[in-house]
Design a protein around this ligand. Sequence first.
Ligand code: ADP
Ligand code: MG
Length: 212
Amino acid sequence: MSLTPLIFPELIQALLDNIEAHAEEVTELDQAIGDGDHVFNLQRGLQALREHAGEIAQLDWVAAWQKIGMTVMAAVGGASGSLYATLFIALAKNGKDRVVDLAGFADVFLLAVEAVKQRGKADVGEKTMLDVLVPVGLALRDEAAADKPLAEVLDRLCAVAADGVEATREMLATKGRASFLGERSKGHIDAGAKTAQLMIAAIAGVLKKSGN
Ligand code: ADP
Ligand code: MG
C-alpha cells in the first residue's frame, strides 16, 4: 500500500464532517442509553487531531499512530477517549518494525483491537464499539488475504461495520454507562458502535477517492 500519513489532514476532516452530519442522530442514541456526551467527546478529540494534522502528516505511520493516541488521550475524557487512545498507541506498538501493507495492517489492527478489549475489559456482544471494530478487523484480515482490489475491500468493510452497528440494537449492555440500564438497554443502537461505523465509512470514502 502506497498510503502515507500525508493523507491524514484529509482523513481527519472527513471524520469531522461525517460525525457532524450525524451528530443529532448519535446524540439521541447516546441520550437513550448513555449520558449524551459521546459526540462532544469525539469532536473534541478530532479537533485536537486537526490542530496537529500538519505535523502528523510528516511522520511515518508508527510515529503518527503514537502521536494520534497521545493527542486523543490528552484531549478527550470519557470511555471512548481512552479506548481510542489505546487503539492508536497499540497500533504504534505492534506496527513497529513491521511491513504495513494491507495484510500487515490487518494483523496490527487486530492486535490493537485486542488492546482495546483488555483496556475496557469487554468483548464482542456487549453492545459497544467493539461490535464494529472486531468484525471489521476480522473482515480486513480475510479480504487482505484474498488480495482483492482496495475499493472492493473497503465496500466490504463498510457493509460489515453497518451490520455490526445494527447487531448492537438487541444486545444487552454489560459494559459502560448503558449497562446501568440492564434490560432497558435493549432496543437501542450503541452510540459508540455507530460512530465507529461513521468513521470507517469516512475513511473508506477518502481512500476510494484518492485511488489508493
Ligand atoms: P462515556 O461512556 O464515558 O460517557 P462516551 O460517551 O464518549 O464515554 O463513549 C461511550 C461509548 O464508548 C459507548 O457507546 C461504547 O460504544 C463505548 N464503550 C463504553 N465502555 C466500553 C468498554 N468497556 N469497552 C468498549 N467500548 C466501550
Ligand atoms: Mg457518554
